[in-house]
Write a protein that binds this ligand. Structure first.
Ligand code: NDP
Length: 328
């Protein structure tokens, strides 16, 4: 089967040369192991940080090894009594058509009411990220205004919809009219600011007439700065991601004074460090998706060969919704 390895570390912007496709033999299974055919591979912004050899919350991705990544697929061979051939599972098998797991990090999936791919999106890590930041850090009350950047994406789309279900005014920020229309008309946000339209300050002010009570930050840079400038006293900021800076752009925060004068709370978080809350969050998210109350959209690239280009595109906002690679 084929797998994609990290060939070299990016200098600045990621390029296709940083990846290499390899053909490998499926190994014979040891007791306790299962062989999985991956149906979908998840592409996520955090992978950009792992490609670098810098101190972070997780160890860097090794050169010459399969690119890290979440996967959903089907058990095709099993020497583990907990998993049978045909079981649908979610794992971390990386950018690879197949993979072997010892069963420890696998999760069996029920695809009766939730499509398989959604377990990599709204009912998976990105959904949990939204759920955690909203419920644990932003803690919005009914009637409050929340703002989320990268609003049409895997995480942002869930943040706004969960906030609406809790009676908030949900405002998104996204790149382009098409994404903004989708955020308002399909996802049901109250407003969405197109930061590419060139009137960020005025448009954000119009969308948040009563100021901002809580921010879910995915992007950083000017977008974040202008949100901080509009925050109400005792506002909360869930600092989730800084995607605008992942390729090396500096991230300044000019309105830092507002953190003091408005007595704001800002907290960064890494969703994988809060596994204790995943069952609770995923239960809520799964029920919402199954009952049609939580909508999502996917950008699906075809075949492992397309993964580098799709990944590079996602870092530039070419994706529209959760970025996946379909392998089967
Ligand atoms: P998305 O599906 O939102 O895709 C990324 C989006 O980011 C793009 O579509 C684009 O949307 C936006 N973007 C990219 N570059 C820029 C830029 N320079 N300026 C503004 N917007 C940009 O990805 P996810 O939902 O998976 O991830 C969103 C964020 O959440 C990321 O920052 C990620 O690192 C973070 N994250 C953090 C986790 C944690 O545990 N802390 C866990 C999971 C994700 P647009 O076209 O609208 O600009």
């Amino acid at each position: 089967y084929k797998r994609m390895v990290l060939a070299s570390r990016p200098k600045g912007v990621v390029s296709p040369q940083n990846f290499r496709l390899e053909e490998v033999q499926a190994p014979a299974l040891k007791d306790g192991e299962v062989l999985i055919r991956n149906h979908y591979l998840s592409l996520d912004p955090y992978m950009r940080m792992r490609m670098e050899d810098v101190k972070s919350y997780a160890a860097p991705q090794a050169i010459g090894e399969t690119m890290i990544g979440g996967t959903v697929g089907e058990v095709v061979e099993s020497k583990n009594p907990k998993y049978a051939v045909g079981d649908k599972v979610q794992g971390m098998l990386g950018w690879s058509e197949m993979g072997v797991s010892d069963g420890v990090m696998l999760r069996k999936l029920d695809t009766t009411h939730v499509p398989l791919s959604a377990y990599l999106g709204s009912v998976g890590m990105p959904g949990m990220t939204a759920w955690y930041g909203l419920t644990q850090i932003m803690q919005p009350k009914e009637g409050e205004t929340i703002v989320v950047s990268a609003a049409s994406g895997a995480v942002g789309s869930v943040v706004g919809q969960l906030a609406k279900l809790r009676g908030c005014r949900a405002v998104g920020i996204a790149g382009g009219k098409e994404k903004c229309d989708y955020v308002v008309n399909e996802l049901g946000f109250d407003a969405c600011v197109d930061y590419k339209a060139g009137n960020l300050v005025d448009d954000l002010a119009r969308a948040t007439p009563n100021g901002i009570d809580a921010v879910f930050e995915n992007v950083g840079g000017t977008i974040f700065d202008e949100c901080v400038a509009r925050m109400n006293p005792f506002g909360r900021i869930a600092l989730c991601g800084l995607i605008a800076g992942y390729d090396g752009e500096p991230m300044a925060l000019n309105n830092v004074r507002n953190i003091l004068t408005m007595r704001l709370t800002m907290r960064g978080f890494i969703v994988s460090e809060h596994m204790d809350l995943w069952p609770q969050g995923l239960k809520e998210l799964g029920t919402l998706v199954a009952t049609g109350k939580l909508k999502f959209r996917e950008s699906v690239a075809q075949g492992l060969e397309s993964a580098p280009e799709a990944f590079i595109g996602m870092l530039k906002g070419k994706n529209f919704g959760k970025q996946l690679v379909k392998l089967v």
